[in-house]
Design a binder for this molecule. Structure first.
Ligand SMILES: [Zn+2]
Length: 293
């Protein structure tokens, strides 16, 4: 897997934008010395690669746009951007500062190749749910959609992310499975295979927006909004130790690995959704928002 940790910093000076791409562990002289012009800066962490999230800081009110999505820096100065699994090779990144001035640059998006897996011998009722389950599935879809409308005003994402469980990585983001020859939606999770009962911890602080002991597809399911709706989902849990509305800290026990729902064995499937995009959790683990302070 390609994991590229890069830090982009842009700074305006009059009408001539200056853009520098720095490595994540390099010094940060422009920010440190910015002084009077710090208000007209966009500081971002994250790799510009398909499936990545980019976390940026800019003065409140700054409008940041990447491709067809945009976000406005909140009072805590944070903006989150996400890149689709299948993205164009270049996107335009702009920042319109609330105090005036603008920067614009064409940003290359690193392209990825994803695994294709074929799984045969899956029982037909897993591929196509039985008629009598459809009402339940529809109801549970509404529950999930409602939870995804959460927009927590905290900034749990700003503390970075840690792995939610120990285990062997048995599935990765972006892979696509063919069940009995039928193509399915790409797999958007990062799977940790381990024994049932293995603890699952919050990878970052947030508010629990959904906690269900046994969903049809997902089994035990938890959603955590880490801020602004940047939401983790934890699937196939054998036990759920939080309730909707709970505010959790990074590292807090939230549940246990299981094989609930339509799982082929005990594992945690960790997904991250940002607005209508699925983000690769493996890339989120590389984010270093603290470097932007
Ligand atoms: Zn999975």
């Amino acid at each position: 897997m390609m994991i590229l940790a890069a830090l982009l910093m842009l700074q305006t000076q009059g009408a001539d934008p200056i853009a520098d791409v720095l490595s994540a562990d390099s010094e940060f002289p422009l920010a440190a010395e910015a002084g009077a012009v710090i208000a007209a800066e966009l500081n971002c962490t994250g790799p510009y690669i398909e499936g990545a999230a980019i976390i940026c800081r800019a003065e409140p009110g700054t409008l940041v746009t990447l491709g067809d999505q945009s976000g406005t820096a909140d009072n805590e100065v944070w903006v989150i951007l996400g890149i689709n699994r299948d993205s164009e090779e270049e996107m335009t990144l702009t920042a319109e500062f609330s105090s005036g001035g603008m920067i614009r640059q064409v940003q290359a998006i690193e392209q990825r190749e994803y695994n294709i897996q074929r799984v045969d011998g899956v029982p037909p009722q897993t591929v196509n749910p039985p008629e009598e389950a459809l009402a339940l599935i529809r109801e549970q879809s509404r529950i999930k959609a409602a939870a995804y409308t959460s927009r927590w005003d905290g900034a749990g994402f700003a503390g970075g992310f840690i792995a939610p469980a120990e285990g062997i990585i048995s599935g990765v983001y972006g892979s696509q499975r063919y069940y009995n020859g039928e193509p399915r939606r790409p797999h958007y999770g990062l799977d940790y295979a381990n024994d049932a009962g293995t603890p699952v911890h919050a990878p970052a602080a947030g508010i629990v927006t959904l906690a269900h002991p046994d969903m049809y597809y997902e089994g035990g399911l938890i959603f955590i909004d880490h801020g602004q709706g940047f939401t983790s989902a934890f699937l196939h849990l054998g036990a759920v130790h939080v309730a909707a509305g709970d505010v959790v800290e990074q590292g807090e026990l939230i549940g246990e690995i299981g094989s609930g729902g339509r799982a082929t064995g005990a594992h945690l499937d960790w997904r991250i959704k940002w607005r209508n995009r699925y983000i690769d959790p493996a890339l989120v683990l590389t984010l270093d928002p603290a470097s932007l302070r």
